[in-house]
Write a protein that binds this ligand. Structure first.
Ligand code: DCP
Ligand code: MG
Ligand code: MN
Length: 344
């Protein structure tokens, strides 16, 4: 916070601390937790000093500062910079991190580990790293999966899916949620919400989606599976599978990410809110609900959840509304917002 900052500025070692902190951040970023920790401890020691530490020997006498860190402190004070830090920036580690983060499904920790192992390019990974099938797919289709989908193409792909779906079962209803429903000019993926009148559990829709995925795969439209329909099922825990994630393609267009989400009619309104987003809008709606003694999730709006002494959930709470999107806004006591007004 600001308090901490002004305390730092008043510290005679503020400049040294600032540069060491950048080193510490760098080691954190590449997941070198051991070095990051050494820097953190050294910085804490420097913070407590009331005089400026200028020489290696002076620094070395302080607790938690080893020879090498002490030498760096002297270098910073005498040159006003740290060569190792500039070297760290010369290495385009940040750019490589960004490159690796562009691989579908890869997060900071995975990407940092690869960098620490010495990998620098997608080709390094392809040839030398131990990859899961999904990571390999993300690399092989790197460019495609990082290209946004123009709105008109989302519409065309959806129309194709709708035609095939109607031939299997004309009682199902499909809708594109996500950024498309919010009116975006381009989308990262296609989020298709599947429902049917009269359904009260997503399990009732599983056989339909199994068949649809099957047909679309045989026709060459679906080209890869990232999350299979039943993969997220843990017996007795999650109930019936409710989603399928993968890739689709219509030549000559790129591979596209596509998600199917099964939603029973009884939860349709809450699911629409959730899958329309955006994520920040969702967070603020959930926060609002909890402020008003309610709870909102992708299945419904509930009356206050009863909590035991250790704040564990005793009941799910009484369902107030699930099926009607507008009604959920009403019960929550907030003005209706059109999907294209939900950018946060
Ligand atoms: N969602 C959420 N919190 C998350 C992930 C998703 O609330 N952590 C909700 C809000 C999103 C919706 O699910 O709008 C769909 O998720 P996407 O990741 O597909 O995001 P968008 O469709 O909004 O954007 P994009 O164009 O990148 O697909
Ligand atoms: Mg989306
Ligand atoms: Mn999605």
């Amino acid at each position: 916070g600001t308090k901490e900052k002004s305390a730092n500025a008043a510290n005679p070692n503020a400049k040294t601390i600032e540069i060491l902190q950048r080193m510490c951040d760098y080691y954190n970023r590449i997941n070198d937790t051991w070095r990051a920790m050494a820097y953190r401890k050294g910085i804490a020691t420097l913070r407590r000093q009331t005089t400026k530490i200028t020489t290696e020997d002076e620094a070395y006498r302080l607790p938690n500062i080893g020879r090498r860190l002490a030498a760096k402190i002297e270098e910073i004070v005498s040159t006003n910079r740290l060569r190792r830090l500039e070297y760290a920036h010369d290495e385009p580690v940040d750019q490589i991190l960004e490159l690796f983060l562009g691989i579908y499904g890869v997060g900071t920790s995975r990407a940092s580990k690869w960098i620490a192992q010495g990998h620098r390019t997608l080709d390094d990974l392809r040839r030398k790293a131990d990859l899961t099938p999904h990571q390999r797919l993300g690399i092989d289709h790197y460019a495609d999966l990082n290209t946004r989908i123009p709105r008109a193409e989302v519409a065309a792909l959806f129309e194709y899916v709708c035609r095939e779906a109607a031939q299997l079962d004309d009682s199902v209803d499909l809708l594109v949620g996500g950024s498309y429903r919010r009116g975006a000019e381009s989308s990262g993926d296609i989020d298709i919400i599947v429902t049917r009148k009269g359904t009260t559990s997503s399990g009732e829709l599983v056989p339909f989606l199994e068949e649809l995925v099957d047909v679309l795969t045989r026709k060459g439209f679906l080209v890869a599976t990232l999350a299979a329909l039943h993969a997220q099922r843990r017996p007795g825990k999650d109930g019936p599978g409710g989603k399928w994630h993968g890739c689709c393609q219509q030549n000559p267009n790129p591979w596209r990410r596509i998600d199917f989400l099964l939603v029973p009619e009884s939860e349709y309104g809450a699911a629409l809110i959730y899958f329309t987003g955006n994520d920040i809008f969702n967070r603020s709606m959930r926060l609002l609900a909890s402020k008003r003694g309610m709870r909102l999730n992708q299945k419904g709006l509930y009356k206050d959840v009863m909590q035991g002494r250790n704040r564990e959930k005793i009941t799910e709470g009484e369902l107030l509304e699930g099926r009607d999107e507008r009604r959920i806004f009403e019960v929550l006591g907030v003005k209706w917002r059109e999907p294209w007004e939900r950018w946060c």
